[in-house]
Ligand binder design. Sequence first.
Ligand SMILES: Nc1ccn([C@@H]2O[C@H](COP(=O)(O)OP(=O)(O)OP(=O)(O)O)[C@@H](O)[C@H]2O)c(=O)n1
Ligand SMILES: C[C@](O)(CO)[C@H](O)COP(=O)(O)O
Length: 223
Amino acid sequence: MKNYAVIVAGGSGSRMQTAQPKQFLELEGRPVLMHTLDAFANCDLEMHIILVLPEDHIATWQDLVKQHTYKTRHQVTTGGSTRFDSVKNGLGVIDESGIVAIHDGARPLISAEVIQRTVSQAQKTGSGIAAVQMKDSIRQLINGQNKAVDRSQFYTIQTPQTFKVNLIKTAFENSKSNAFTDDASVLEANGVQVNLVEGSYDNLKITTPEDLVIAASILKRRK
Ligand SMILES: Nc1ccn([C@@H]2O[C@H](COP(=O)(O)OP(=O)(O)OP(=O)(O)O)[C@@H](O)[C@H]2O)c(=O)n1
Ligand SMILES: C[C@](O)(CO)[C@H](O)COP(=O)(O)O
């Protein structure tokens, strides 16, 4: 069965508040996205990598590829106005059955172990979603009052979110909304229960400026 990775990097990174979208910013000497793509290229699953980029930043990426003499094989397609639309465009490139790992370009610290865990689970059950248990105490707002809740009942959801291709393509095609923040929710809304696997606390999403500092220090620790 063929393995695909759809790396979504079609966002504008508004919360990062930088001139360039965060996926192109430098992290330990290379753009964030190159770390992300290489994690999939080097994970021993022979993945066909599909990179989803904002239409108006394809030239930015091409310049970076030249500047870094970047050789990792990948296919580029354009994103849409929401994450859902970008994933749908990425899935649209795939015309064979197999397994697809959908991953945020903005999660450059993903490890081979977590990728492999999601792929194995998806091969067995149709889906494998990286998740970690909450570490903080949490409270829920109910009718304006905040109430303590049992954190052992809650997970923080990450990517990769990995699926059998036919299952997730059908869910995206059937969806009437594009307001989902992740792919597991699209499958669930199509009536299919999703399966979680252990993610990693290292697998942070670069969202606000301090995340870049934390990511750089994790990469230094790995050297
Ligand atoms: N239209 C969009 C929006 C988001 N993404 C991607 O989805 C991932 C997770 O989204 P998020 O962190 O929210 O990225 P942005 O939308 O770029 O950030 P922000 O919400 O701060 O603007 C990122 O890799 C982002 O590039 C995408 O491919 N297409
Ligand atoms: C898909 C995701 O990374 C799972 O944690 C997340 O939902 C996407 O990020 P956003 O900031 O909610 O767009």
